[in-house]
Design a protein around this ligand. Sequence first.
Ligand code: UDP
Length: 316
Amino acid sequence: MRILVAGGVGFIGAALCEKLLGLGHAVVCVDSLQTGSAQALDRLRASTCFTFLHQDIVQPLDADQVGPVEQVYNLACPASPRQYQQDPVKTIETNVIGTRNLLDLARLTRARFLLASTSEVYGSPERKPQREDYWGNVNITGPRACYDEGKRCAEALVQGYHTQYRVDTRIARIFNTYGPGMRCDDGRVVSNFVTRILDGVPIEIYGDGNQTRCFCYVDDMVDALIALMASDCATPVNLGADREVSVAELAHLIGRVLEKPVTLHRAPALVDDPRERQPDLEKCHRVLGWQATTSLEAGLLKTAAFFAQSQEHSHA
Ligand code: UDP
């Protein structure tokens, strides 16, 4: 199959491209290289079945240049709060105009379309676990709104193209994902904590550290995305792992797994930082027959090995 992956040089995107190439597909990757990794691009370019288009999805795509594709994955948008808050207008444009441009391409080429949406559509949830029929609790004008509302609008657009233009669509609500391939300066909790603990410097806990997340290993997430694309489910599906840990627990767990001492520093809480986040995965298990298999401990070890190796290279 010939498959387009927008954001294919990003963290999850590059892992997805690699998996699709390994399965024997041809991949057309569209990426603006805003946050993507040059190393990942070099690795992917080694495959003769990989085509790279250096393009921002906010600009309309040229269907002739792209050529025929049977599937379109849209993973193009920085997902780390630090990254997506740097240019809120651009984040909204990427999610809304970019998604529309890709939907137009899918409509024209009759490709199946998958949107990488997010647990952020639930905002700071008032119920736990979050099921797909929960409408969420988002601060419309807060610092996270550019991403949260951008993705909510993207979901509405996907739904519109599905009902109005009969585009074959899928919506993945991706919960926190981590693993090798993350940028060490990405700003998210796993990359921050693992790199600092490896370097023997204190980590920063924003707020009281009792806020919770559930972390899914990247290879598991890629399998879930491929399974959702292959399914016949057009309504949103939560994808992730459901073992809930607090940020403070995560810090100590990383210390234990890496057998390194952990020093915690308190930093001010972030505005609108969700207190609790845990996916209800019943639909995902039922519809996709999928569940994450990598334990947090095993995934953290692999992630630490990746960062240790990248640091060796950057110090060499
Ligand atoms: N966090 C933290 N220290 C850090 C980075 C993040 O305490 O160095 C906290 C952050 O406040 C949030 C949680 O870890 O409660 C997860 O943050 P992340 O940016 O990874 O993802 P998101 O908030 O989008 O789930």
